[in-house]
Design a protein around this ligand. Structure first.
Ligand code: NI
Ligand code: MN
Length: 228
């Protein structure tokens, strides 16, 4: 089976796994300058929330309420979402995994911060390691490079989605080092070119990945699904 992935701009992705749609960090047109689609046109069965920053959570509550999607997130963000009237949250914390109907999700560490848009405490930032349909997909979230990525890579990764924009997260240089620890078959970049401080020459980044690693880079086009 193949898994279909769509990049919506910035760090927002949809993954279609055998008809189940997972939306990562909902941030859509009107809020997200890189997005073309409004949240009202998005479908979701589950929402994977890496952390509480507005460029990841601005459209989460709207999407969750309209679709009824279950939000998979840390405990503090889950409480914040439930206070806004959406009760369907599955809360987790770093290092914990859970078997959902679509596959297993483990919350991984991220080296970042996680304050919520209204100043509420958002717990620790994270990423997700998915075991879905026989494939392993690592969604790093917003993070710096850290050597414990080697522990995440031990399971054998099919796909890694990494931030490359620099300034707020790791940049192109550190993303290449991250690939040495993670050793996925495919890498997909995110969290770049949304605003000037995270501008990246993504074609140059992809050339460096091909020249320096055995990993295949896939540079997505906004709203054009591709399979992995
Ligand atoms: Ni962030
Ligand atoms: Mn961010």
């Amino acid at each position: 089976m193949t898994i279909s992935i769509t990049w919506h701009g910035h760090a927002t992705f949809s993954l279609d796994v055998n008809g189940t749609t997972l939306v990562v960090d909902p941030f859509f047109a009107g809020n997200n300058p890189a997005a073309k689609t409004a949240v009202t046109a998005i479908s979701a069965h589950y929402i994977l929330q890496t952390h509480g920053h507005a460029d990841h959570i601005a459209d989460t509550v709207a999407l969750a309420k309209r679709t009824g999607a279950q939000v998979i997130c840390n405990f503090e963000i889950g409480n914040w979402i439930m206070k806004q009237g959406h009760d369907n949250c599955h809360t987790m914390n770093t290092g914990g995994g859970y078997n959902f109907p679509f596959g297993r999700v483990k919350m991984t560490p991220a080296l970042h911060s996680s304050g919520l848009p209204d100043g509420s405490y958002g717990g620790d930032p994270g990423g997700f390691l998915l075991h879905v349909d026989g494939r392993t997909i690592y969604i790093a979230g917003d993070t710096a490079l850290f050597s414990d990525m080697g522990l995440i890579g031990v399971v054998g990764l099919d796909v890694a989605i990494l931030p490359i924009g620099d300034n707020y997260t790791m940049g192109p240089d550190d993303s290449l080092l991250a690939l040495e620890y993670l050793n996925p078959k495919v890498v997909i970049p995110g969290h770049y070119n949304t605003w000037p401080p995270i501008a990246v020459d993504v074609a140059d980044w992809a050339n460096r990945v091909r020249a320096n690693t055995a990993v295949k880079p896939i540079v997505p086009v906004v709203d054009e699904p591709f399979t992995v």
